[in-house]
Ligand binder design. Sequence first.
Ligand SMILES: [Zn+2]
Length: 445
Amino acid sequence: MSSRIFLAVLLLSALSLTVQAADSTAWQAGVARVVITPPQPMWMSGYGGRDHAAEGAIHDLYARAAAVRDAQGETAVFISSDLVGVPIKMVRAVSAVVEQKHGIPRRSLMFTCSHTHCGPALDHMLSFMLDMKDADWQQVRDYQQWLNGKMIELIDAAIADLKPARLSAGSGRTTFAANRRAPKGIGPYDHQVPVLRIESPDGQQLRGLVFGYACHNTTLGFYNWCGDYAGFAQLYLEDHHPDCVAMFFTGGGADQNPLPRRTLELAEKYGRMLATAVDDVLDDGELKPVTGQLKTAFRDIDLAFAALPSKQELEETQKTGNRYLKNRATNLLKQWDEHGRLLETYPFPVQVWQLGDGLTWVALGGELVVEYQLRLKHELGDGRTWVTGYANDVMAYIPSERVLEEGGYEGDSSMIYYQLPSRWKAGLEQQIVDTVHELNRVTQE
Ligand SMILES: [Zn+2]
């Protein structure tokens, strides 16, 4: 080989190394899924009016995960689940184990749920809306222990599956979500369906799909385990693409319902619509390669309550209120005994991931209304911003300032079912949005 050719080869290989580092195939990814259907019949979550345990199943419930690692070795794990919420006790227990075992910090784990109302009752405050006896509660706590173990198993499996992968992102749309606040169907909505595709480096094998939609997963309210429309969408996609794990997350869908609803056929239909929207994104070739680095940030901020009841008021409610008000008063009095007062604030989780240079992924706790999603997309850049709600702790509804002022279920009365003392104090929207901007800056430095 002449020295000139040798130099050219050397230059070429150096060039290809540089290209590789900035390339969408510089990633590693791992996917996994586990069945989390309760092994025993037990109470279902989401509706306070249910009066007995589940009777059967339409299909299994799953938790699914995608681990991603950039060329620098930074690793994050996204977790999706066919559950009504994300109990904070579960998040703490599971992330402590994952951090210790894998060295992955809390900021790099994103726990999400589909908010199905045909899943099991969990060990969190929302379950006090159910008319459960001590034995039922014991069953819930036993299930939660088992579920925590399954979550660790799931994350272990996704990390063990890490191998070179190509990532790309895009977005589609489907139209079944409608603003459910009065007057119905008039208020803001967001029909976007964000999609992340995980493939083998040669593009031959589709390994994972992460997708979202801003809509309550509440087509159904019967006594059978079911992932509702989101569960059907995931199963359709997994059926259509063998060896692919399809993972749903809920966007800011707290004030959105699938309308009309309440039949199994409608849940299947919406699942089909959502899966088709995802498939259309795969087919239309508009997916952009995800290139660059992974950066993550996380912070709990103190959201304040508008007012705290006195001890006397709570004792009075305990005697005279309806079942829901009585349960809340009992829980708040318990808090009084533990802390010598009622807590004025709640720690609200805010998380921001930069998945490469072109995708900012915001994950907020609680039942997030759509205005957060619309505002953050506008302020952080439409087309490059994803918003996930119901993430890392579902402790209450999170109304926008407008919805808080209007009141109603999402702005006020839903706080009863979450065992919280009052509506949120005005100013929460700006506090949350400011924190997102701050974490966005930190992760872009
Ligand atoms: Zn809800």
